[in-house]
Write a protein that binds this ligand. Sequence first.
Ligand code: ZN
Length: 690
Amino acid sequence: MHDTAHTNPLLAHWGSPFGLPDFAALQPAHFMPALRAAMRTHLAELDAIGANPSAPDFDNTVAMLDRAGAQLYRIDAVLGNLTASHTSPELQAVQREAAAPLAAHDSAVKMHPAVFARLDGLFGRRQHLGLTPEQHRLLERLHSDAVRAGAKLSAAQQAAYAQAMQELAELNTRFAQNVLADEADFQLVLQGEADLAGLPGFARAAALQAAAERGLGDGAHVVTLNRSLIEPFLTFSERRDLREAAWRAWVGRGEREGATDNREVARRILQLRAQVARAHGHACYADFALTDCMAQRQLAVRELLDEVWRRALPAAEREKDALLAMMRSHGQEGELAAWDWRYWSEKVRKARYDVDAAELKPYLSLDRMVEAMFDCAQRLFGVRFERRPDVQAYHPDVLAWEMFDGEGRSAGLFLQDNFARQTKRSGAWMSDFNYQSTNRGVARPVIVNNNNFAKGAPGEPTLLSFDDAKTLFHEFGHGLHGLLSRVNYHRLSGTQVLRDFVELPSQLFEHWLSQPEVLRQHARHWQTGEPIPIALVERLKAAERWGQGYETVSYCGSALVDLEIHAQAGAVDDISRFETETLARLGMPPEVGMRHRLCHFQHLFSGASYASGYYVYLWAEVLDADAFNAFVEAGDAFDKKMAQRLLSHIYSVGDSVAPQDAYTSFRGRLPKLGPLLAKRGLLEAGLPAA
Ligand SMILES: [Zn+2]
């Protein structure tokens, strides 16, 4: 017996004004039947397109294909959002059960013989169909999606390919769940003043709050593997032994023997990816993946990474010298270990720039920073955000905001889920419940931002570090990319752009946080309401360059290992050994290390979207540094004309325009590398600027 709209809220009409489901009525058991019903509907829609007796044309094939599967998309989005932000053992079981059927369905859709025959025929005649540029782009993208999913392979190859896709989907899910389990499992309980030594008030408050959430009773403090708890701990704790214990747990996620060991999971993922690449006639997965990027070729990525790497290594070396000198001045002998770096780095930062993270935090309350980002969005793009306390999402901490456009029309819903909890995965991200598209009749997108901030103590505000505030702006930049989208077709909407372009709107938006006028207006002391002192802003800006060597090396190390491991034609038996050997060959300083080690590198192994693509942040940084310079050149961070160009050529167009064309339309030329090197302070290395 099938579930119906009467018995399953996921299949019922989602009557809420923004098309959200009735979360209160939703049970994990509703998902599988709803997904199965929606997959059947989707296949029936495709069968109808394929069986259409009329000759294929854009409307009866391409536009219909873009419209098909809307119900499945929405149900799958609910599952994806819940399993990432508020999961449970029952939902994790659904996620494991659904992974293979969803992957099989995706293969069946992309390889649908009758539909692909029509699509392929139209693609061959695309220059003669009288299409608009957006229609042309849609046809190209849908055709490419199908070919990359195996539509052109022989029937026998297609069966093996679909099988590999299902296994990959299951492995990706298992990888993510293993990391989550290791993170949830660890806690470092701090006993008394001796264990708390060096921790500033905000770090103590967060550790107290985390202990309370874990039911650890009166006055207990606990450090977990949540980034917003562990990074301050590694930065401030005077207890070297405890820093080492916390650091080892942090970098060892996914590498512990037993049920959550990710080494074998990753080995099998890599083996299957190599198989996928060979099916498409590529020597390795990196080559296959990069053909669908702005970079196109491994060489282009390597040129950028190598250039930045060779400048960053000496910068990190100079930073290390400063850390050692600081250590010695405190009477500490011996080597600098990986768990010491942040601690001594903060001491140097404080001594050189007189910027103390603890002095800064009271000015960066979460509520004020949210006001700041909304204000920047309004000044740049004319949109206004209004709280909707009546819109209920999946957890009481999620806040809903309605977005109004410059003419005062309701134009989207923004959900903000800011706090860490045990049911949420680590990191920060943007996702959607639905994208805007005329073709699917969705005028108002529903966009989500997740952060993992440590909640302030009851009655006190949540105070952010400057990095936290940047993360807030970063994710809101992605959010705006989703919310401001004005395209016709779903496939081209919002952030569904090529992956080395997707970080441009997010990283670009971070620049506005650092503007003195923004900080002076919004960074106000939570108790006194005093604006942040100008001198502190200036010291903060100067201090921003400190530590760039470390950050760049740890990031580039991860990107280079990612590229290297996906460039292997043969099998990699032991990912941890491969990692060690590759880092040694690159000359990675062991006390820096990778930002994400392979055994918990979710970008690469919880899905394929960043596999051989961790470089995209740096690639996009070339674009964002160059793009923000357009405002600097205009002499005003909120220059009206430039903001209008940014909206019409970048934030609103999704993937309806090829990224290099979109960028050129905005900037009048292709990007230059210089602004990135300057921003990271990597021009001082005495090397010529490229
Ligand atoms: Zn991002």
